[in-house]
Design a protein around this ligand. Sequence first.
Ligand SMILES: Cc1cc2nc3c(=O)[nH]c(=O)nc-3n(C[C@H](O)[C@H](O)[C@H](O)COP(=O)(O)OP(=O)(O)OC[C@H]3O[C@@H](n4cnc5c(N)ncnc54)[C@H](O)[C@@H]3O)c2cc1C
Ligand code: SF4
Ligand code: SF4
Ligand code: SF4
Length: 278
Amino acid sequence: MEQVFENKRDCCGCGACAHRCPDGAIAMEPDEEGFLYPVIRAERCMDCGLCQTICPFRKEDHWKNEQMPQFYVAKHRDGEVLRRSTSGGAFTALSDQVLDMGGAVYGAVFDSRFRVVHQRATGRAGRDRMRFSKYVQSDLGNCFCQVEQDLRQGKPVLFTGTPCQNAGLRAAMGPLAEQGPLVCCDLICYGVPSPRVWEAYKQLLEKSRGRRWQKCLSAPRNCPGAEATATAPFATARPTRGKARQTNGFTACFLKAERSCALPAGSAPLHRLAGLRI
Ligand SMILES: Cc1cc2nc3c(=O)[nH]c(=O)nc-3n(C[C@H](O)[C@H](O)[C@H](O)COP(=O)(O)OP(=O)(O)OC[C@H]3O[C@@H](n4cnc5c(N)ncnc54)[C@H](O)[C@@H]3O)c2cc1C
Ligand code: SF4
Ligand code: SF4
Ligand code: SF4
């Protein structure tokens, strides 16, 4: 087989096909825009077709759930948690429950080079790094393997990520997704900008200021007095909220983007395969 998908629009880069390929023939590689896509190494491929069979975007019922959901309004009681969360701290409340049960939490963090990657945490410190929306496609790395291992050992798992990453996880886990103690939690998602654009933006700022990045946070919404900043990479940078947020180069691009990921904007509300959305 040469390609898992016929059209790039039919692939979100979830990596489920790479995880399930029995011959390890698929690698996730960035395209010219910097988004991750599966690439088949022809010499290893046995043409079994499994990658296409399990791809969540090839079957609508793999990623769409048109049942009417139940809605709850929730806000964390702890003001400190609110200041350190994007939209009310539901993620912290949910993950606290799983950590208290001795489980593992998966989510997106900035690594030491401020790339956005998914990681596993079994303690509060690791979990806290997952707080805040990072508006970049997160690299799932070997998280699906780790989730599978946790589920096989009977460990409770909370997986958080975009709706398509959750659809990918379920496809990658197969029957284990239904049998194991797995809670899938996605987010309201407008799309994810390219890691390559993010990298270029970081380098541009470092060059113009002549300093290395020190920290990077996103602004909590509707939280006056919050200390976090929207994509302000330098410890001394002033917080960018409100109008300043619109004029922050990277955030403005994200907010104005008509198409910032593989699917057309506006399709995101349809995919609701995770049990929870925050
Ligand atoms: C890519 C992206 C697009 C979004 N689009 C919208 C939107 O269109 N409208 C809207 O109202 N809200 C949007 N959000 C915000 C999202 O709805 C809130 O982050 C969510 O409500 C969580 O709030 P919280 O306070 O509970 O979580 P927080 O404590 O802030 O936790 C953040 C959670 O987001 C996850 N996360 C962070 N960055 C990423 C990433 N790059 N990829 C995958 N998971 C990530 C973490 O794993 C964690 O579970 C978006 C967030 C992201 C990451
Ligand atoms: S399984 Fe995921 S990464 Fe693979 S082709 Fe389908 S959508 Fe793309
Ligand atoms: S057809 Fe089978 S062997 Fe080839 S890439 Fe797909 S899953 Fe792997
Ligand atoms: S809009 Fe969000 S959930 Fe939908 S494909 Fe794009 S990144 Fe994935």
